[in-house]
Unconditional design. Sequence first.
Length: 357
Amino acid sequence: MQPGKIIVGAMRFADEAAAVAAVRRAIDYGFNYVDTSPCYCYTSDEVNSERWVGKAIDHPDYRARVMISAKCATGNGGFGLGEFEGRKGFGVRTAAQFTEVFDQSRRRLGVERFDYYHLWTTHTKEQFDEAFKKGGWYDGLLSRRDQWGTLGITTHADNDTIIRFLESGKFKTVTLPLNVINRVRMRTVEYCRENGIAVIAMNPLAGGFLAADNRLKELALRYLMRLDNVHVLVGFQTVEHVEYAGWIRDTMPRYGKSAGEILAEVDSLIDAQEPRCTACGYCLPCPQDITVGACLSYYNIYHYMGLESAKKAFRDKQWEDGLRLDRCVACGQCESRCPNGLPVVSIIEKAKEALYG
Ligand code: SF4
Ligand code: SF4
């Protein structure tokens, strides 16, 4: 079985009933890959996404039609190394910790084997090296070789760092933030296309805030559906969300616009004459580890479209170090690299006022 274009993200369910209904509806729609983790929807060992997905697939008909992906991390979800927090899958630093978390996921999900397993939330070289040290995460994974199929990595790192991870040759998939207003990792997408590594696009609706506008929501999903070798990880909450994604998929063959035309329409919706950041990513790296394009994407939507939800989404995502625009020291390095010749430092000042104000 090969993963379909749309992947079921199991991180946003309100409760077990909603999860079971949505996952089963998704499988009935032919969405054949469910991505979960030990910490999604976690309240206790009994109340969490893995348990709920396990309930949804606890039927031979559903189980036979879906692939299951699970994961755990050496890190803490952000950019640091984690203290071991096995129940949530963070800070997995030894092979023994790995097998404990791996078996916990198998138990919660009620599966013998994972079709996919991911080195999760790996954003830095330090986190990556920790996984591959002797007696660490990767050795634990190898000790369970008959219980998983394909290895992937999940990361928010910059292009150079991700490509270095992938050059290890260990991964067949990479899950990274990618959406119609955050395309800073397109160089990695291109690398993956050339090297036979599947891309799983997380944050397709920019943490949900693109969904606040119906036209943007549709364009955002259609844009990703148009990209070769890219799968779209949608964090479903309800059966209606599943049905909407099914409608998008089913109407793509007769949808006339190319990816470029979709981008042009998104630009036209963002009504502004002045030059704007296109989130191309060429201004990286920033000495303060700020992902300028991603930050300014939130600013563009907030400022030019008046979507309050963009401001909230930006603030909610402050745990993601790349979005800490408040750490900008106005050194101007990004401005000197911007191929669009933007006055980036002054735009950042305006964005800080707008997004933190
Ligand atoms: S001006 Fe700010 S965002 Fe740009 S490189 Fe310097 S610190 Fe980073
Ligand atoms: S500031 Fe310039 S270089 Fe940086 S992401 Fe935006 S358009 Fe690209």
